[in-house]
Structures are given as structure tokens and as C-alpha cells.
Design a binder for this molecule. Structure first.
Ligand SMILES: [Zn+2]
Length: 739
């Protein structure tokens, strides 16, 4: 803390004290006292100010925030505060020299410095948080001119090296280095440490005191945080979400959460558009800034600016409850299967409408889905079927599971600003409310609550406590505390959970979630579309998709939610699913999950003719065929492709699309796969960025070995080139499969 500026009252008190001492100690006559009070009052005040204890603050360094891999997300760098001690100014010449010099270096007005220089104090801040080059200039200026009344004090400034990355999670700090939002605010007491002080004294006449007094209280630096957030996963999520917001003209922001379903750790949490915590007051959404600029009334604009700032800091994933729509069918399905009120063999006939409690509900497919088994009702996201499931479950049990899945309480994540859900009370939960709730409408939950509930449905039935801070670490890198995963409760059995995960996989492999298919990976998921409650314009919808992988042993879940995308026919299945797919396409290989291309089956695909085709169209053609695209160059259309049209490559193979004549991908070496098993050869060739074509017989459960390959090992070829390998069955003595 800076020494408080001398107030009038304080000055009076100090003068009175000095006078009292003088009277008692020196028997000064009244006349002298009068002279002192009236004639020399001003001079004395100045001396009094000099005699005060000088307290210099020593700022504690705020702790660093790391991601789970040790990447720095927030750190404090040294900056300086320039101060002036007006009572120590020797002459009018010095005063004007200081005013001129400091105003030029620090970009403040000369009048401002002059005004401060005339105050009766020894500590006036001229500028805060200046960085190294300016601080050096100030030092040079005062040294060259022999100025002793201008000083520099160390302070810290917060830097966020990744800019907007995870900004709504990290938050930011205020001008006094205090946590103002997000993790910075939630963990402020852990990060901030304790400031120190140097207290020293000097006498009123500038000479040394009879005793010397100086005491230093050292600053205690703050502790560091290690987050569960992974910079790379966050980057993937940010990239795809940002793109989606632009592409679909999302009106009311979008958010995404990636959760480790087994631990509840948050690997990424994104809201777009967001802000840069290095400059949190700057409005980052150009449209919002344009709206602000258009306001002519100054007061109104200031008010709107504050609102816009607050809005851009909001962490949508935890602060904005919304109607989950059909994603919630995972929860209804889990509940009825766990209660065994509906079996997998149950058959339901959808006619397109369903009567319940005097209300007629429509299926989204107006003509009806016809007769379906349980899995098909989830694949088709059939509303009438789920209304019937809700009724089979009953009001009480429905509410019980709703609560057990954590949807009646905030998750308790270690972040500020978490909103609770909005749902029917017991009294107003009638048959109509039960019906609409069964397919995810007429109640609101947050994105975080929903992904936590879905994770419980597929992770073996455990509701986990979500969290963002893994460890608190001190200056010497000792772990002060560590967050361990907390199972809140077992909501459904392990067996039911496995069934639910398999059902969700069928939604992606065969049902309405097809657009989330990722060749070589087993993905489970569910779409969601909901109209906004109370929205005047029913065209506004919230689209969402939850996906998880691998479906047979879920590790991570991703939930993406777009609030008010601008579309003619907005269904979650066509918009949100591919976003999640694109995120998973980046995340899963990053996490070391290799695509499992089934080489034992004849699943080869003929590469289509893509030359001169627009890039987007080419990409979607490849996706539909179960192939991957790798794009080289910045062009809009395909100039060249490898492999060429007509080649047969396995399902899940990669086609390189060149969009720029000048850019050529670097050639790669063909790996040596001779003597390897078919599976090993497949992995090695795919990992080299090449495609494989396998020739020869290889019945199930029989050991195979590569006997020839073309091109030969170590030959340099373009990425995407097809390597043809011939496999043969080997005898009982063959090396065991070790992939
Ligand atoms: Zn239906």
C-alpha cells in the first residue's frame, strides 16, 4: 500500500503534536508559538510531512497459473511505479525540469506533474505499471539531472501469454493485482501472497534522526496453480468453436466443454466470442463495438460499455442455463433402463403424435417413425417414445434421477459465477411437465451440469465432481495441495452405463448423430435442438451435441452448444455434430488414441475425382466416404490430389488436397513393413501419412505377415501415396501380434 496522502486533518494533528513537544521541551514563549503557527505554518507543514514514517510497499509476486503440461497461462512480470516526493523538490527550476522530463517520457501532461509537485506530501504517483524500457529512461533522466525526489517502485503486472485462450476460465486481475474474475478471482487468496513493507523515519529538518529507524517486512509471494486444462485441447476447441460462431452467425455466443469422464477434470472450456485478459476492458466482438460506437449519448454509451464488458467476461458454460432438448434423452434412457421399467426389447410405434394429459405432442418427424425398438427410438430421437418412457418411470422416479444426475444443484466447480438449473417444483410437476421434461424441454440446466450428467451415464454410472485446478504449488515447487477425483454418487449401475454408451454409439453409427462419425474411432453421442423458452421469435434455437470416445470405454466427453445460430433449417444433427467431430478428430490422436482401421475386412473405398472441386465440397465428399482430408495451401479449390482418382484405399485413409501451386508437401519415406503383421503394417503406413492397400488372403484370427511392399522401404514419396502390401498367412511359429 502506498503511504496515504496527507489530509488536512492529519496535518493539523501532526502540527499539534510537534507544537506540544516543542512547548514542553523547550519552553518556547507564546509569541514564538504564534509566529510558528501563523507565519511559518506552511513551512512547518512541509517539515511535518518529512518527519512522517516512510512506508515503502514491497509487492508480493502473484503466483503463476500453469496448464496441466506446465505451459504458462498467466504470470506476473516486474513493472514499475514512478513516484514523486514533492516536499523534496529543491527549487522551481528543478520542479519545471521534472514536469517537462516526466511528461515526455511517461506520456502524461506537464500540468498533471506540476499539480502533483505542489502538494505537501512526499509520495505522489505519476504513473503505474510501466515496463522496462520506460523505467530505464526514467532512471537515466533522474541520474543525469541529479534528481533525488523522483523514484521507482517495483510492482507486478499480469501477463497472459496465450491471449484469449481459456480467458473466460482464467479471468483477469484488477489494477491492484487483485483477482477480478474467473480462476484469478476464485483462487485470489492462494495466488496473491502477502505484500511486505519497508518502514523508515527521517526527522523534520532533513538531517539524521538521533536514532536510525528502518524495518523491513518481506513480501510473501503467492502460490502457483496447475490446472486440469490442456492448452492443446483448449486450442483445438477454441479453433472449431470460433469457426462455428462465424460460419453459422451465432447471435448469442457458443460454448464447449471437454471433460475427462472418469475424473471430472475439465480439459477445455470455451466461450466464443470472448476477450483477451491482457486487456479485459477492450471489447473484442467487432459487432458489439460497432453498436457501442453508434450510441451518441455519453452516459448511455458508458453504461452500455460496462454491460458489454461484463457480457464478454461471462463463462457461458457455467453461467447460462438452457433447455437441453434431446441430449437429455440420454438421461431419460439411463433412468428407465436402470429402473428396468423399459427393456431393450421394448417396441414403440410412433404415429407422429402422442396424447398425454390432454395435450397432443408432435414428433419432430410429423409422419411418425413407425415401429421401433428401444435403440431405434434413441437413434431417431423420437419424442413420443420418450414421453411414454417418462410415464413408465413416473413423476417420483423421474425427479429422483433428475436429482441423482446432479441437475438440481450447481456442480460446485472451482470457478465463480456458476448458475443453478431451473426446473419444476414438486407441486407443479404434473403429467404435462413430466411429458415435456422426458424429452428435455421446459427446464434449464447449464452446459457443465449436462456434460457432468452425461459423463455419469457413460463412465460406469458415477457422478463426478468437475474441477479445473489440479494442484497448488509453492515457490519451491512443493505441492501444497492436490485435487483428487471425487465420486459424488453412483447414479446407475456399471451394466446400465455400458448399455447406454453402446446405445449412444448406435446413434452416431446409425442414427441422427451420423455427422459425428470419425473414421477409425468409436464415438457415442446425441444431438439436441431446443426452442428458446419465452422467445418471441420461435426461429431462434439452441443447437447442441454431446459426443464421447471411445464408445466402448469412454475417456472424454465433448459438449458443444450454439445459442441462436442463423439458419433456415436448424437442427442440431446437421450443425453441432460435425463441430464435435472436428474437435474429436484433433483431440483423440493428440491423446494418443490411434484410429483403428479394420484391415481384416474389405472396406476399401475408391478415391473420388476432386481436382478443380471447391475445397469445402471436396472435404464433405471425403467425409461421406469415410476418408480423411489433409489440406496443403491456402487456396479455395483443389488443384491436385494424392492419391489420384480411382485408387482404392481403406476406409479411414487420407487424401491430400493441394490448393496452392507453390506449396508442395514434403516427401516422406516409405516405412519398411516387410515381415510385419498386417495390423502393424497398417499402423506404420498410416502414421507415415501414407495410405495402405492390402492384397492377399487373411481370414479372421489368423496370423499374417507382409511378404512384399511397393514402393520399397525408404523410397521418398508424396504424402497420401498408396503403399501396396501383400500379406500371407504364417505358420504356428509366427511372432505374436504386438500392436
Ligand atoms: Zn417419432
Amino acid at each position: 500500500m502506498a503511504f496515504p496522502s496527507t489530509t488536512v486533518q492529519m496535518k493539523k494533528r501532526i502540527i499539534a503534536l510537534i507544537l506540544a513537544i516543542s512547548v514542553l521541551g523547550s519552553s518556547i514563549i507564546i509569541g514564538r508559538l504564534f509566529q510558528l503557527q501563523v507565519v511559518q505554518a506552511e513551512d512547518l507543514q512541509k517539515r511535518a510531512a518529512r518527519q512522517q514514517m516512510r512506508v515503502t510497499s514491497l509487492s508480493a509476486q502473484r503466483g503463476t497459473i500453469y496448464d496441466r503440461n506446465g505451459e504458462i497461462l498467466a504470470m506476473s512480470g516486474t513493472v514499475w511505479t514512478v513516484y514523486l516526493s514533492p516536499v523534496d523538490i529543491d527549487s522551481e527550476e528543478e520542479r519545471s525540469l521534472i514536469a517537462k522530463g516526466l511528461s515526455e517520457i511517461l506520456d502524461v501532461s506537464e500540468e498533471f506533474v506540476l499539480e502533483k509537485s505542489k502538494r505537501n506530501t512526499y509520495y505522489e504517483i505519476i504513473k503505474k505499471k510501466i515496463e522496462r524500457p520506460l523505467a530505464d529512461e526514467v532512471t537515466q533522466f533522474v541520474t543525469e539531472n541529479g534528481i533525488t525526489c523522483v523514484g521507482l517502485e517495483e510492482d507486478y503486472k499480469r501477463y497472459y501469454p496465450y491471449g484469449t485462450l481459456a480467458s473466460t476460465v482464467l479471468g483477469f486481475t484488477g489494477s491492484e493485482n487483485q483477482g477480478a474474475y474467473g480462476i484469478e478471482a476464485y483462487y485470489d487468496s492462494v495466488l496473491s501472497g502477502t505484500n511486505g513493507q519497508i518502514v523508515s523515519a527521517k526527522n523534520a529538518w532533513g538531517t539524521d534522526m538521533p536514532f536510525k529507524y528502518e524495518k523491513m517486512y518481506e513480501a510473501q509471494n503467492g502460490n502457483d496453480l496447475v490446472l486440469t486444462i490442456d492448452v492443446n485441447i483448449q486450442r483445438f476447441v477454441d479453433k472449431h468453436l470460433e469457426q462455428a460462431v462465424i460460419e453459422h452467425e451465432v447471435q448469442n455466443k457458443a460454448c464447449a466443454v471437454v471433460m475427462d469422464v472418469k475424473t471430472g477434470e475439465i480439459l477445455a472450456m470455451s466461450t466464443k466470442p470472448d476477450f483477451d485478459p491482457n486487456s479485459p476492458n477492450t471489447i473484442y466482438d467487432e459487432n458489439v463495438q460497432a453498436q457501442l460506437d453508434a450510441i451518441t449519448d455519453e452516459d448511455a454509451r458508458q453504461k452500455a460499455l460496462l454491460e458489454a464488458q461484463y457480457e464478454q467476461w461471462r463463462n457461458k458454460a457455467i453461467s447460462d442455463p438452457y433447455e437441453p432438448g434431446s441430449v437429455f434423452k440420454i438421461i431419460t434412457a439411463s433412468s428407465v433402463l436402470e429402473e428396468k421399467v423399459i427393456s431393450l426389447n421394448h417396441s414403440f410405434t410412433c404415429t407422429g403424435t402422442y396424447e398425454s394429459g390432454g395435450v397432443t405432442y408432435h414428433c419432430w418427424k410429423l409422419a411418425g417413425h413407425g415401429t421401433q425398438n428401444f435403440a431405434q427410438t434413441l437413434q431417431n430421437s423420437c419424442n413420443p417414445a420418450f414421453i411414454s418412457y417418462g410415464q413408465a418411470l413416473g413423476k417420483e422416479k423421474f425427479r429422483e434421477y433428475f436429482q441423482a444426475f446432479g441437475l438440481t444443484q450447481t456442480t460446485g466447480i472451482d470457478l465463480p459465477g456458476e448458475a443453478g438449473s431451473i426446473y419444476h417444483t414438486e407441486e407443479d410437476f404434473g403429467i404435462t411437465e413430466l411429458s415435456s421434461s422426458s424429452f428435455g424441454q421446459t427446464f434449464k440446466v447449464t452446459t457443465l451440469q449436462l456434460i457432468t450428467a452425461v459423463s455419469a451415464a457413460v463412465n460406469g454410472g458415477k457422478l463426478m465432481q468437475p474441477y479445473v485446478v489440479k494442484q497448488v504449488v509453492d515457490e519451491e515447487k512443493n505441492v501444497v495441495s492436490e485435487t483428487t477425483p471425487v465420486v459424488k454418487r453412483q447414479v446407475i449401475s456399471n451394466e446400465t452405463s455400458a448399455t447406454v454408451a453402446a446405445l449412444c454409439e448406435s446413434v452416431v453409427s446409425e442414427g441422427s448423430g451420423r455427422k459425428a462419425q470419425l473414421p477409425g474411432f468409436r464415438i457415442g453421442g446425441k444431438t439436441g435442438t431446443s426452442e428458446k423458452l419465452g422467445a418471441n421469435d420461435s426461429d431462434w434455437k439452441i443447437l447442441s451435441f454431446v459426443g464421447f470416445a471411445p464408445a466402448d470405454d469412454p475417456q472424454i466427453a465433448v459438449l458443444v452448444m450454439l445459442d441462436e445460430p442463423k439458419l433456415d433449417d436448424p437442427y442440431g444433427s446437421t450443425i453441432a455434430a460435425p463441430i464435435v467431430k472436428n474437435m474429436l478428430a484433433d483431440i483423440l490422436p493428440y491423446l494418443g488414441m490411434e484410429p483403428q482401421v479394420d484391415v481384416d475386412k474389405d472396406t476399401s473405398v475408391e478415391v473420388p475425382y476432386l481436382t478443380d472441386v471447391m475445397l469445402e465440397e471436396a472435404q464433405s465428399q471425403l467425409i461421406d466416404l469415410g476418408l480423411k482430408a489433409r489440406i496443403v495451401g491456402d487456396g479455395d479449390s483443389v488443384l491436385k490430389q494424392v492419391p489420384q482418382y480411382g485408387y482404392e484405399i481403406p476406409y479411414g485413409g487420407t487424401v491430400i488436397l493441394y490448393t496452392d501451386e507453390t506449396e508442395l508437401a514434403e516427401n516422406v519415406s516409405v516405412p519398411n513393413v516387410l515381415g510385419k503383421t498386417g495390423k502393424q503394417a497398417n499402423t506404420a503406413i498410416l502414421n507415415a501419412g501414407l495410405n495402405i492397400k492390402i492384397e492377399g488372403e487373411f481370414p479372421d484370427n489368423v496370423q499374417t505377415q507382409v511378404v512384399s511392399q511397393s514402393p520399397l522401404p525408404d523410397e521418398k514419396v508424396q504424402p497420401g501415396t498408396v503403399v501396396t502390401v501383400t500379406v500371407q498367412q504364417v505358420g504356428d511359429t509366427a511372432a505374436s501380434e504386438s500392436s
